[in-house]
Design a protein. Structure first.
Length: 491
């Protein structure tokens, strides 16, 4: 946090993301506020609170409200305002083309290699361009100087850096790509690959979670654009403009926000077992995801089934609780996935249930972060089985929640988090038996081993927290600016 302040003395930052950090919805006469399930929001919110400024996002919750009710500009967080949330409203048609269409039926499967064929429609691409321009105009309007610091978030806005650069050539634009970047062959199937790459190279800094995604991006640029790439300094020069391309593994706030006011681990354990109608020594596994086909939820359920098959002593004595926040439900692939998840849970439960016990408890609804935190603290093991994931902050949140230094983490090797949390039980989620064995190992792990592993993972999340993530990008941006100034003087 201090490093951030040092980097930003006197600067107001502008963050741009599709997802807004607070969603206001009307319930009868009352307006309710909730926080969406989004790794991006989890990470960027504390940075914004530390820096203050303006967060520009797509207004989602209040779309059905009267215009006068919509709160275009709200001070947030509601209980103790620290920055301004500026909402951009999209029509149904714009949202369908830009968000559901190009971003989530095109770029999302394109970058995740999750065996869902990307769909690219020219009409979606037109909306994507138009909405990127709308957000660029909003940034220009919000900027109070000709060199603002703008943090652009994610694949919804690949064109935004180039558009901001055209209007504000001196801006410091830090773009972070929250999802994986595939290899050049995979990315190359996108009909507008050159336009996307050029847009991204409007950034001062372009960040990815892992060195592997950074390398894939550089190779993609090398394949499809005329640029100069300096591998040693990890920079790309395109049309005379220099962009530093680096890996910055994202993280979470430390100390965790609810540290002071959360129930004890004992209370969380007891509460969870009471909710399940289970004995105090009942073993509980937890999964927390958006209902998304990249998260490996089906593979995870199959691993639970295999666990019960291989270790019958756990039948009646182990429950897997899956929190699954509904997501992008307007899309066919997501509706189909939702049905598959429910059907598989039903089939496994029918196979093993006895009396009031069932092995899988599927809670397919939104849960506020503080409630999720209580599940983390009450569980014996947290399971993350993404088939491909930029970072996965659930793994880090679980670790941060366990100040008792207990609990096991089963973690997919295909997450960015697996490159950092080496003491997790790392698995290939496609290997069902291996995941089942890791689950078995986690629920039977001696306390001492749990402590050693958890202590080391907690030290990593503490030391490499989200303030460090943002601070490093700002520091590198300052270096690039300095370098540009010097080379302009020499010229
Ligand atoms: O980090 C990936 C991401 O797609 C974010 O951009 C997004 O906020 C989050 O996952 C949740 O998805 P959505 O905003 O589409 O609900």
């Amino acid at each position: 946090r201090n490093l951030l302040h040092k980097q930003l003395t006197g600067e107001r930052i502008i963050v741009v993301s599709n997802r807004e950090p607070y969603i206001h919805t009307r319930k009868g006469e009352r307006i309710e506020v909730h926080r969406p399930a989004s790794g991006l929001v989890t990470a960027v919110e504390p940075v914004m609170r530390a820096c203050s400024g303006t967060w520009i996002a797509h207004g989602s919750g209040t779309a059905d409200m009267e215009a006068s009710d919509r709160h275009d500009r709200v001070p947030v967080p509601p209980e103790h305002p620290e920055y301004t949330l500026r909402r951009i409203w999209l029509s149904k048609e714009e949202e369908n083309g830009y968000y559901y269409g190009f971003a989530n039926e095109g770029l999302w499967p394109l970058c995740h290699i999750a065996h869902v064929r990307p769909i690219f429609r020219s009409s979606d691409w037109e909306k994507y361009q138009a909405i990127n321009q709308r957000f660029a105009d909003a940034v220009v309007k919000e900027a109070d100087s000709d060199n603002p610091v703008v943090l652009v978030q994610d694949y919804h806005f690949a064109l935004l850096p180039g558009m901001i650069r055209a209007a504000l050539p001196k801006a410091t634009i830090i773009t972070f790509w929250h999802i994986p970047w595939p290899n050049p062959e995979s990315f190359g199937i996108c009909p507008w690959r050159e336009e996307l790459l050029k847009g991204m190279l409007g950034s001062t800094i372009l960040g990815f979670h892992t060195p592997f995604h950074r390398k894939n991006f550089l190779e993609t640029v090398d394949r499809y654009l005329e640029t100069r790439i300096e591998h040693e300094s990890s920079t790309v020069t395109h049309n005379g403009k220099l962009t530093m391309v680096e890996s910055y593994p994202i993280s979470i706030q430390w100390p965790p926000p609810w540290q002071e006011r959360q129930p004890t681990v004992e209370e969380c354990r007891a509460g969870l077992r009471q909710e399940l109608g289970a004995a105090p020594d009942h073993k509980v596994g937890i999964g927390v995801d958006r209902l998304d086909y990249t998260k490996g939820i089906l593979e995870r359920f199959r691993a639970v089934e295999k666990l019960l098959e291989l270790h019958p002593e756990l039948q009646g004595n182990f429950t897997f609780v899956q929190i699954a926040a509904p997501s992008r439900s307007a899309l066919d692939d997501y509706q189909a996935f939702d049905a598959q998840v429910h059907n598989l849970a039903l089939r496994i439960n029918q196979r093993y249930s006895s009396g009031s016990w069932k092995p899988i408890v599927l809670k397919a609804e939104h849960h506020e972060p503080e409630v999720v935190n209580r599940y983390y603290r009450g569980a014996d093991v947290c399971v993350v089985t993404s088939l491909h994931d930029g970072m996965n902050l659930v793994a880090k949140e679980f670790v941060a929640s366990r100040d008792d230094e207990q609990g096991g983490l089963v973690l997919s090797q295909f997450t960015g988090a697996a490159h950092e949390l080496h003491e997790a039980l790392v698995v290939n989620p496609y290997h069902i038996e291996q995941t089942a064995q890791a689950l078995h190992r986690a629920v039977n792990m001696p306390d001492l081993e749990q402590r050693e592993r958890m202590r080391s993972m907690r030290a990593l999340v503490r030391d490499f927290n989200v303030y460090r993530w943002a601070g490093r990008m700002l520091l590198d941006a300052a270096r690039v600016r300095q370098r540009e100034k010097l080379s302009a003087r020499i010229r």
